[in-house]
Design a protein around this ligand. Sequence first.
Ligand code: ZN
Ligand code: ZN
Length: 172
Amino acid sequence: MKIHIPRLPKHARFMMQAHLVATQNTCDRGPELLLDAGRHGVGAVIVQQDRIIAGGYNGSAPGQPHCNEDGHLLVDGHCVRTIHSEMNAIIQCALDGTSPQGGTIYTTASPCFDCAKAIARAGLRMVYFGQGYESRYGLSSSVKEFLSTSGVEMAPLILDFDDSGTLVWKDA
Ligand SMILES: [Zn+2]
Ligand SMILES: [Zn+2]
């Protein structure tokens, strides 16, 4: 089936780009991908003044094996090898010397507490998530409240394809 992607408003376009980045993951823990049914993973982009300055997906640190090829590195049932997509995007800002301060992060799954702390520390002000996800501590639903204490807003921005294969989006 052919898909149809209409011209998107900015925020839906940035989320679409996070979904595209998510397809490059090397660790398939996380929700099902929007753009590749049956596969799982997470992607994120950081936007500063209407420009994407960084992106990341769930993947291994340099030199480490890929979970999707060698299996996960599990501790207490959680994969500890993978750097989460939000963290990867923030680290890319550090490598590039580009400040994420005051920016917005679009992530295909709601952040875990570790990523939330990094998001707050990096000075990001807004988090759009494509899907609520109960990640490693099973507490992602509490992350919104946690982030608001640091002055970071968090809101859903859900993309999907309707029965005719046309991309549709819904925010809160
Ligand atoms: Zn893994
Ligand atoms: Zn995380």
